[in-house]
Write a new protein. Structure first.
Length: 99
């Protein structure tokens, strides 16, 4: 595993831990706003539907699947290397570190 893959995996793990520790249903006004972040979930750890052939949470078939999303803190997706829209492929995200 190279250093960029390790960094991406660490960022995805931290995002998952942060998500697990906070309520996903928090409203916009509560300071806990969330957004869908595509391409950062590890295999089987997406939050919901990941395109054709999947039904809901935990159904992504590869790490960083471009049409699989996780709920993350609003404004942090791009910094962790994800996108706000589904995309093709499953390249490891390239975090910018500005979370």
């Amino acid at each position: 595993m190279n250093s960029s893959t390790t960094l991406a995996a660490a960022a995805a793990t931290l995002a998952a831990a942060a998500l697990a520790a906070s309520p996903a249903s928090a409203g916009e006004g509560s300071g806990n706003a969330k957004e869908k972040c595509y391409g950062v979930a590890l295999k089987g750890q997406n939050d919901c539907k990941a395109g054709p052939g999947t039904s809901c949470a935990g159904t992504s078939t590869v790490d960083y699947q471009g049409n699989a999303w996780k709920l993350v803190k609003k404004g942090s997706c791009i910094a962790m290397g994800g996108t706000l829209q589904p995309h093709a492929g499953n390249a490891a995200p390239k975090p910018t570190g500005n979370m």
